[in-house]
Design a protein around this ligand. Structure first.
Ligand SMILES: [Zn+2]
Length: 245
């Protein structure tokens, strides 16, 4: 850990781990949004049906009262008809009774139609309620998953960022600049030489370069083919390296 190339290799390892952590989060925020929209849409459908049902119930109970009132009116007129003094009055009451009967009939018909509608909607709203509740549960469980993941992730992110900051300070400006430049092209900016090849692109590394890399551990060398920073074969960075920092 006391050479520039070793520190750069550690930096590269940390940055790759940070990339992975960000990827883990992946499409979860999108999934949450989709689940929320679905739950809201289903709830809106349920509410709409509920509103229609309420209107039907209000209409039905008001209509039942009206029907009774119409019946009473009709009976009252029928009694009056016995007391009329001439045909003209008699005909007038007959016509009025006729109108009331017609009204009664129409309202009864509508009441039956609304009754059938209500039965159908009662069945539909039950399904809509099940669907909405299922979607709401799904939304909650994705939210929980996200909370757990971000909790774990935040802990690791903070720790890695802390180590990264520490390591970065120990690498000289020139090398940091080179590292950042390579990072814009390759997520794995520093790779080991393995069996005389670059581990990033598998191109052969000239023997002379391999010797130079080994002898100048504070200088950065690049793969001639892919441009990645080359790390000597015996400098291994893994999770245990990070754990010890
Ligand atoms: Zn390469």
């Amino acid at each position: 850990m006391d050479t520039q190339i070793h520190r750069t290799a550690v930096l590269a390892f940390i940055d790759q781990r940070l990339d992975e952590l960000r990827e883990d989060f992946g499409d979860l925020p999108l999934k949450i949004k989709a689940a929320e929209t679905k739950a809201n849409d289903l709830k809106a459908m349920y509410d709409e049906t509920d509103g229609i049902l309420k209107d039907i119930r209000t209409f039905c109970s008001a209509s039942k009262i009206t029907l009774v009132e119409l019946k009473e009116k009709e009976e009252k007129l029928a009694k009056q008809q016995f007391l009329v003094r001439n045909n003209k009055e008699f005909d007038a009451i007959t016509s009025e009774i006729e109108t009331i009967r017609k009204e009664h009939e129409n309202l009864s018909d509508r009441l039956r139609t609304e009754g059938v509608k209500q039965e159908n909607l009662d069945r539909i709203i039950k399904e809509q309620k099940d669907n909405y509740e299922k979607a709401a549960e799904e939304f909650d469980s994705i939210k929980d998953e996200m909370a757990v993941l971000s909790g774990d992730q935040n802990e690791e992110l903070n720790e890695l960022n802390r180590i990264r900051e520490k390591i970065e300070k120990t690498i000289n400006n020139k090398n940091i600049k080179e590292y950042n430049r390579v990072r814009t092209y390759h997520s794995d900016a520093a790779v080991n030489v393995k069996r005389n090849s670059c581990k990033g692109c598998f191109s052969a590394v000239p023997p002379q370069t391999i010797v130079e890399i080994r002898n100048n551990l504070d200088t950065i060398y690049f793969c001639e083919n892919c441009g990645r920073i080359l790390v000597p074969e015996d400098i291994i960075v893994d999770d245990s390296t990070i754990d010890n920092l």
